[in-house]
Design a protein around this ligand. Structure first.
Ligand code: CA
Ligand code: CA
Ligand code: CA
Ligand code: CA
Ligand code: CA
Length: 338
């Protein structure tokens, strides 16, 4: 078994038919990630500040011994591989104040040493370099799920990690005084059963957590927000009336203006492979009560020789125009089998 990432141009259907599962095609498939087996996990887009076509997709390779992060250009060519361990979920943020400058970062949960890994994304060379002051070891059992949250007013950067017991830990990341990132744990709470996919909405101040067999939950993303189960909001359920089938996996946000846009979740269906919602992606409104919009799946693109997406896991998206191939942004997904 090998794993890939595929890129799909974002477009908008004129009207959504309730209950329909839309079919889209990828236009780019990367080479398989460096290690064979179930190794690719998550991918996120980094948008270049001045030359959109120079944006990159960063993916993870969760090999036990030699895993790391892979940087791809928008044609799916590998630009860099950085080792460091079994990197699982990843996330990207921009304009993080470090020393005297604002930098862009990609972070990951490193399952090899159970740490928060953070790399600077160099805007010229488009390569990654470790920017942590030390090994930022987390207190939960395994740094499995991971995402960033950046408070839009204070600029404070946080990382969330979670484990297979459903424990979530929030870390504040800060300049250690020498221009490197250090962290302190600021909150911990229990979601219930196994968690992984997470994404934070920096504008609304919300954290979405996928409880793989059960639901997508929404919590406040600030360290002093309530964590009791009565205070959280259930966005969707794997049970009756829901639009996802276990496992719930990766999540990502398509930002549009004025608080609009979409939260997208990967409905892997690993436990229910024949289910009509297995290997689909569920789309919800960003605002209000996260109304369900539609689902889609990525089918094969025979003209380009790109197979459909199965064993769907981590996903990423951007609404930034990235040139003629991706005028409304790009959606990236892991593909786990040929
Ligand atoms: Ca995963
Ligand atoms: Ca799974
Ligand atoms: Ca999982
Ligand atoms: Ca496939
Ligand atoms: Ca493939």
């Amino acid at each position: 078994m090998r794993c890939w990432f595929v890129f799909v141009a974002v477009f908008f259907a004129p009207a959504c038919i309730a209950g329909a599962v839309y079919e889209v095609q990828a236009t780019i498939e990367t080479a398989p990630v460096p290690h064979s087996g179930d190794r690719a996990d998550d991918a996120k887009v980094w948008v270049h500040p001045t030359e959109p076509v120079l944006s990159v997709v960063i993916g993870s390779d969760k090999d036990d011994d030699e895993g790391g992060l892979i940087v791809y250009d928008l044609e799916g060519r590998q630009l860099q591989f950085v080792g460091g361990g079994k990197m699982n979920n990843i996330d990207v943020r921009y304009n993080v104040l470090l020393g005297a400058e604002e930098i862009d970062v990609v972070g990951a949960g490193n399952r090899t040493d159970n740490t928060i890994a953070v790399f600077r994304i160099d805007r010229q060379s488009r390569t990654l370099t470790d920017v942590t002051a030390r090994k930022i070891a987390v207190n939960i059992e395994e740094a499995y799920g991971f995402c960033f949250y950046q408070n839009r007013r204070s600029g404070k950067l946080y990382a969330f990690v979670n484990d297979k017991n459903g424990e979530v830990e929030q870390w504040e990341l800060f300049d250690d005084g020498t221009g490197r990132l250090d962290g302190r744990a600021v909150r911990r709470f229990d979601v219930g059963s196994q968690t992984e996919g997470m994404v934070a909405d920096d504008e609304y101040g919300w954290l979405y957590v996928g409880e793989e067999d059960v639901a997508i939950w929404r919590y406040g993303a600030e360290p002093d927000d309530p964590t009791d189960k009565a205070s959280r909001y259930r966005v969707d359920t794997t049970g009756s009336g829901g639009h996802i089938v276990a496992d719930v996996e990766g999540m990502t946000i398509y930002y549009a203006s004025d608080g609009r846009g979409y939260v997208i979740a990967s409905s892997q269906g690993e436990d229910h492979s024949g289910h009509s919602l297995a290997n689909t992606f569920a789309v919800y409104e960003r605002g209000g009560n996260n109304a369900f919009v539609a689902s889609f799946r990525i089918i094969s693109n025979d003209a380009l020789g790109i197979d459909g997406v199965s064993n769907t896991d981590g996903i990423g998206v951007t609404s930034a125009p990235l040139g003629p191939a991706f005028p409304y942004g790009v959606f990236v997904a892991q593909d786990g089998s040929p």
